[in-house]
Design a protein. Structure first.
Length: 213
């Protein structure tokens, strides 16, 4: 049975405008840099597990290449975090993950189990990447007042190549959801909503709202 067709993107917008104003906050930026580095290191095994599921379960060979491209860009991302941190003198190795980040990473880990369906994991993967793409591309728009030293960060996730990559992920998700069972659709929707909740908590944390670890 095919899933109900509805565009999930309108749900993203409260989050999006929220992170656009965030770009003005330098303190928040440094905190974000260290915490996101921790997140991305956890995100790599998550994406690797989606790759494994694609290899086992996908009906389309090109899915693996798209996901492999994601793994490759995460390698690049790790190097970027190190470069950016040294530019601003932010330590990356001695920091502890904060609660919101730990919760998000635990959520990522729950997808590693082979029991989790490829379509459900793929939906979460797409949502995690798309939310960054949507948000950071707003910081690049005219009139967004993004400080010049933060432009590179916004370019990292707001650029056209990253947008095209997110669209490739979205096409996989759309294709899979058209053929999914009702149960898989329900789980995919739940995963999508949970990603947004974790993203909001992650950004509240970067604003310094929940400084408990
Ligand atoms: C918290 N969400 C978070 N960090 C990221 N780097 C991405 C999404 C996108 O890769």
């Amino acid at each position: 049975m095919a899933c109900k067709t509805h565009s999930p993107l309108p749900h993203l917008f409260p989050y999006v405008s929220f992170s656009a104003s965030y770009c003005d906050e330098h303190e928040g930026f440094f905190l974000f840099l260290g915490q996101d580095y921790i997140f991305v290191r956890e995100f790599i095994p998550f994406v690797a597990s989606v790759l494994l599921k694609a290899w086992k379960e996908s009906d389309e060979g090109s899915d693996m290449e798209v996901i492999l491209g994601g793994v490759a860009s995460l390698h690049d991302e790790i190097l970027w975090f190190k470069k950016e941190a040294s530019k601003f003198d932010v330590p990356l190795f001695s920091i502890a993950p904060q609660k919101a980040n730990k919760d998000y990473c635990r959520f990522l880990e729950s997808f590693l189990s082979p029991e989790v369906d490829y379509t459900v994991a793929m939906t979460a993967f797409w949502a995690i990447e798309a939310v960054y793409q949507e948000s950071f591309s707003l910081c690049l728009k005219d009139g967004s007042n993004t400080p010049t030293e933060l432009m590179e960060t916004c370019q990292r996730w707001g650029n056209e190549g990253f947008k095209q990559y997110c669209l490739s992920l979205q096409r996989i998700v759309d294709r899979r959801l058209k053929k999914a069972t009702e149960e898989v659709c329900r789980k995919a929707e739940e995963a999508f909503v949970r990603v947004l909740e974790h993203e909001i908590e992650f950004w509240n944390m970067s604003y310094g709202d929940t400084l408990t670890s």
